[in-house]
Design a protein around this ligand. Structure first.
Ligand code: SAH
Length: 619
């Protein structure tokens, strides 16, 4: 809930606008300001105070307890010009709240937390639990001081600034750990072109789980450690806990929460593993609602995942037994469920039983470490104009530590990238190679963005990339405004009824196939947008396609020609099937041909939604 507090008439008017804009999300506090601030502070996750920052600071200061639990606070000035993120910028969500308040009240958001202002991701915003000297290490990152990153393996982290250097892997229990692999380029600064490096696979050995790890501070400088293992932290160390551990749990009916929870903590503790890296408890379907398991998952803050008994029975485990076979129909629950949820990861802790005093054990558990999964975002940049690039696309570009794309598209968005992003760019005609590179980088565990103009799935990179990808990476698609839509908005409303896109490029598609599709669209009276309509070496296809359409549409059928839609040198004109001059069309152009109902109205191209709908509208 967002508490709203005001003191003056102007503040109250702005407050009411916010309350109206966000019904159900806000609570209005009336009364003397000091008391209302106290009450709202105790009752709400966030506050918007229509007060001077000075007044707000004085009222809030005695209430502050802990950055982790205090509400986020935004102050809006009397004139409603600024929405100031005052407290809890990251954890309390005040920075994003300031932006939201700003857009409702037309106020400028004021963000002063350093990591947001500089483009460096806050270590507390990476979505991973953290422990240790967060503030000190963040400060060092911002100051440009040398910071060492040490990780057990590659995780798909956002880019970190160039002063964050990759150190060697963490040692484990006196045993040399696997090499870090692959991401050295992440420290090498902005805009590096090249091919991906080979990456050592995740080669954890059970010895590496014995802890605590003596991650002895080398030069005593600040460090970011990425590990699921218990580590001895130095005074300027922060540890990020990757989502790497799954715990399989088996239990008899009626098991207590304490027994399950205690068993899991003991198993992790004895293996030198951190509970903050646990992502799931896994068990058999029959135990999905077992209160002891559900309660333990709640305490760990993780979900319960379940599997059918026959799926678990099919998994090879080191310690099968007769008891679960009789009870639920699989010779293993804990180990089999952990291995199933662990996606082929390594069994770090084989089955162990709880040891309650004076009665038989009712719970078993086993721990598996998942290999990290890289992340491939396939991002459409839109037709060219910056304000037609979606906020989600911008966020994904900043989330990725590796960017793969055609050089001219990379240039379009270079300013959006965070310092430290590794850029792999190549020229026209290397589509397959770009797709392969992007997938290989994701497979190596990185957070990768593969970019394309318009929508990256329309005659673009998404298909070759996903044809290449297996289910060992996460894929996120971000839609973009494709050229047909950008052009349609300029032309008027040509796509008001059924429409189709056809690429006239016969480089990869035989002309007979293209012609068959054009004929089908012609016969079905569908509006057609031609992509790749004409280039210097391919000039007869467009006239041929238009002639096929003309067999079923009159010479006066409107045709819209849009070149460089939404770009500074963009042009467009409206003509007809008979009068279109192919010389006005090139590879930067789309051509939209109306159906038999499409009309030119006041210089705009309009395809009616349908005769019935139109007549109903006028009745
Ligand atoms: N993925 C892109 C299309 C790639 S195919 C998209 O979704 O828009 C390349 C063709 O798209 C070009 O030959 C041209 O026909 C069209 N195109 C792309 N951007 C354009 C723009 N800004 N204006 C007009 N046509 C464009």
């Amino acid at each position: 809930m967002i508490g709203l507090i005001s003191a003056t008439a102007a503040g109250t008017a702005a407050r009411d606008r916010l309350a109206t804009a966000w019904p159900g999300r806000t609570r209005v506090y009336d009364g003397p300001v000091r008391e209302t601030v106290q009450r709202a502070f105790a009752e709400c996750e966030q506050l918007v105070c229509f007060l001077a920052t000075g007044a707000a600071v004085r009222l809030l200061a005695p209430l502050l307890a802990d950055k982790a639990t205090d509400p986020g606070v935004v102050c809006v000035d009397e004139a409603g010009r600024y929405a100031v993120s005052l407290l809890g910028g990251h954890g309390g969500g005040a920075n994003s709240l300031a932006a939201e308040v700003g857009s409702v009240l037309a106020a400028t958001p004021v963000i002063t937390t350093a990591t947001d202002a500089t483009g460096v991701p806050g270590l507390d915003t990476l979505g991973l639990p953290t422990e240790g000297a967060l503030a000190a290490v963040t400060r060092a990152m911002l100051d440009g001081a040398p910071v060492t990153l040490r990780a057990d393996t590659v995780w798909p982290l956002p880019p970190l600034p160039p002063n964050v250097r990759r150190g060697g892997p963490l040692g484990g229990g006196g045993v040399a750990a696997a090499p870090l692999g692959g991401d050295e380029g992440g420290a090498a600064g902005h805009a590096i072109s090249g091919t991906p490096k080979a990456v050592a696979p995740h080669t954890a050995s059970p010895d590496r789980t014995r802890g605590p790890v003596s991650a002895a501070p080398g030069n005593g400088g600040p460090r970011v450690l990425v590990t699921d293992r218990v580590v001895d932290l130095g005074p300027v160390d922060v540890v990020l806990r990757p989502p790497s551990l799954v715990v399989g749990v088996g239990a008899s009916r009626g098991v207590g929460v304490d027994e399950v929870y205690g068993l899991v903590l003991d198993a992790l503790g004895d293996a030198g593993l951190s509970p903050l890296s646990v992502v799931e408890l896994a068990t058999v379907d029959a135990k999905a609602d077992e209160p002891g398991i559900v309660g333990a998952a709640d305490r760990l803050g993780v979900a319960v995942r379940t599997y059918p008994a026959d799926a678990l029975a099919a998994i090879d485990v080191p310690n099968p037994s007769g008891a679960p076979l009789a009870a639920v129909g699989t010779p293993s629950v804990a180990e089999a469920a952990a291995l199933a949820a662990g996606r082929g990861g390594e069994l770090l802790v084989p089955k162990r039983k709880s040891s309650p005093e004076g009665r038989p054990a009712m719970a078993t558990c086993a721990v598996v470490r998942r290999a990290p999964r890289g992340r491939l975002a396939v991002v459409g940049l839109g037709p060219g104009a910056r304000d037609l690039l979606t906020p989600r696309a911008a966020a994904e570009l900043r989330r990725a530590s590796v960017l793969v794309g055609l050089d001219q598209y990379v240039d379009q968005i270079r300013d959006l990238l965070r310092p430290g992003t590794r850029v792999i760019e190549s020229g026209l005609g290397h589509e397959e190679e770009r797709a392969r590179t992007a997938v290989a980088e994701a497979r190596a565990g990185h957070a990768v963005a593969l970019i394309g103009s318009g929508d990256a799935g329309v005659y673009a990179m998404a298909s070759p990339a996903l044809a290449e990808a297996a289910d060992d990476i996460d894929v996120v698609g971000v839609p973009g405004v494709t050229a047909a839509l950008a052009a349609a908005a300029i032309l008027g409303a040509p796509l008001g009824h059924d429409h189709v896109s056809i690429s006239l490029s016969d480089l990869h598609t035989p002309w007979e196939v293209i012609e068959r599709r054009v004929r089908a669209a012609a016969e079905a009276d569908i509006v057609v947008t031609f992509y790749n309509p004409r280039s210097r070496g391919r000039d007869w296809q467009l006239p041929k396609a238009l002639a096929l359409l003309a067999e079923h549409r009159t010479a006066k059928t409107p045709v819209g020609v849009v070149r460089n839609a939404s770009r500074p040198d963009g042009t467009s004109h409206l003509t007809t099937l008979a009068r279109l001059d192919p010389a006005t069309v090139d590879m930067m152009t789309v051509v939209t041909v109306g159906n038999t109902a499409t009309r030119e109205i006041a210089g705009r191209m309009v395809t009616p939604r349908g005769y019935r709908w139109q007549s109903e509208g006028t009745r």
